[in-house]
Ligand binder design. Structure first.
Ligand SMILES: Nc1ncnc2c1ncn2[C@@H]1O[C@H](COP(=O)(O)OP(=O)(O)O)[C@@H](O)[C@H]1O
Ligand SMILES: [Mg+2]
Length: 426
């Protein structure tokens, strides 16, 4: 077997970035031409697992399978390639066992540079983030320091999530697997999405968010396929934190479904397969979900190895409220403010409610500034008025949650919530 330096360089680079399909497809072709059909086939099928309609990979796979004597597989790949790319049918004659592999036919091959340096050059130039078909992807832009309060939650996430990720040796020693995902749950507007984003920031990973509307769109299309595409996009953009917001919409219990039960079941199963990652490599992929209604989530998704680590994100206590107010007034012109006083007066409010108070106070100050023609800073009075006008938004959630904590807490899943509710009663 020849030792081709271009191939070796590219294979080495693929180890560092296994999700780079254009390069892998090219390597597969080079391997095939170098008389290494088994490796060519392995690489081509890896590409096809992520991009099933990759014509070049299909052609390579067909030729490699043929070279390996697997005529049935060769025909199948060839037919698929022809169907996708009728302009350039391959239709090679069935060769003898020792005949050389079919010549490259895909026109794309011509556009690909031939030296390793050229390829690596293009590779680094190519955009790091592929535009996803579903959801949005990008840099997180915040870290845990940008989140007010939630000291316990931050400490727990640091110990159970960030530290093990940053210490692979330690993880190995203790045999701790990172399989499965983390579920953030709790009342709306208290920082679940913010935390997920900040964890991506802490890890320096891309933040790939699948929101409620994306999930609902998925029901219209072929949802299992979409979900597979989402995980593929996430793997292509590793390191990546894949975040399913509003998980309850995706993983609803079958009992609550009208009509669409089977398609929902398919999505849950697909999710389980992706999380189990038996056939795929999930290194560098972190899966988080959030839910306001964990009681609506299919319990299959909450079993060990799936979303088995759960973190309750509760409304901010008085110190946290002060910190949140301070964060949301950061960089704005203010008088000397007694934020502790506002924090005391806003018990039962969520982080989102507090953000709204800051917005309203800012608007009032801006209006005053426009009227007077000079900058009127945000005052204590502006904040107090805003605090009085904003209704706490989590009362209804608390009522529902109380019922689950009281009557639906068989497995102890809501112990932490029950303890919180008890403490507040007193
Ligand atoms: N702990 C917090 N610190 C700072 N801002 C917060 C906090 N919690 C909530 N907020 C504000 O409320 C908004 C909604 O929070 P979000 O994380 O989307 O809540 P959830 O996902 O729990 O519904 C945030 O964009 C932010 O402005
Ligand atoms: Mg949210």
């Amino acid at each position: 077997m020849t030792h081709d330096p271009v191939i070796e360089a590219l294979l080495g680079a693929l180890t560092a970035d296994p999700g780079n399909h254009p390069v892998r497809a090219h390597v597969a072709r080079l391997l095939l031409d170098a008389g290494r059909p088994d490796e060519a086939l392995a690489n081509a099928t890896t590409v096809l697992a992520a991009v099933p309609d990759h014509v070049e990979a299909l052609r390579t796979a067909a030729a490699a399978a043929r070279a390996l004597g697997d005529e049935a597989r060769a025909t199948a790949y060839g037919r698929l390639a022809d169907a996708l790319d009728p302009a350039a049918p391959a239709t090679p004659p069935p060769p003898g066992p020792d005949s050389p592999p079919a010549a490259p036919t895909a026109p794309v091959a011509a556009a690909i540079p031939d030296t390793a340096d050229e390829i690596l050059q293009r590779w680094t130039e190519s955009e790091a983030v592929a535009e996803p078909a579903v959801g949005t992807i990008g840099q997180a832009g915040i870290t845990l320091a940008d989140i007010g309060g939630l000291a316990d939650v931050k400490k727990r996430l640091d110990m159970s999530f960030l530290t093990p990720l940053r210490n692979p040796e330690l993880r190995l020693k203790f045999g701790k697997s990172l399989r499965g995902g983390l579920l953030l749950w709790g009342p709306p507007g208290c920082g679940k999405t913010l935390i997920a984003r900040a964890l991506a920031g802490e890890l320096g990973a891309n933040f790939y968010e699948i929101g409620l509307s994306d999930v609902l769109d998925m029901w219209i299309g072929s949802s299992e396929r979409n979900l597979r595409g989402i995980f593929e996009t996430a793997r292509r953009n590793r390191p990546c934190l894949l975040f399913f917001d509003e998980m309850d919409a995706l993983g609803q219990k079958r009992s609550q479904l009208r009509g669409g039960g089977s398609s929902m079941r398919g999505v849950v199963n697909q999710m389980l397969a992706e999380l189990d990652g038996a056939s795929t490599d999930n290194e560098g992929l972190f899966v988080l979900a959030a839910s306001n209604h964990p009681w609506d989530i299919d319990s299959a998704l909450l079993r060990p190895g799936r979303f088995d680590r759960t973190v309750l994100v509760l409304p901010p206590d008085v110190e946290a409220r002060e910190a949140i107010l301070r964060l949301h007034l950061r960089g704005r012109p203010t008088e000397r403010l007694d934020l502790a006083k506002i924090a005391k007066a806003t018990d039962g409010m969520s982080g989102a409610d507090l953000a709204l108070i800051c917005e309203q106070a800012t608007e009032t100050a801006m209006e005053a500034s426009m009227a007077s023609g000079r900058v009127e800073p945000i005052s204590q009075r502006h904040l107090q008025e805003a605090a009085r006008s904003v209704r706490p938004s989590i009362g209804e959630w608390m009522e529902t949650a109380r019922n689950y904590a009281l009557y639906g807490n068989d497995a102890g899943a809501y112990d932490e919530l029950a303890a919180y509710l008890n403490k507040r009663r007193r």
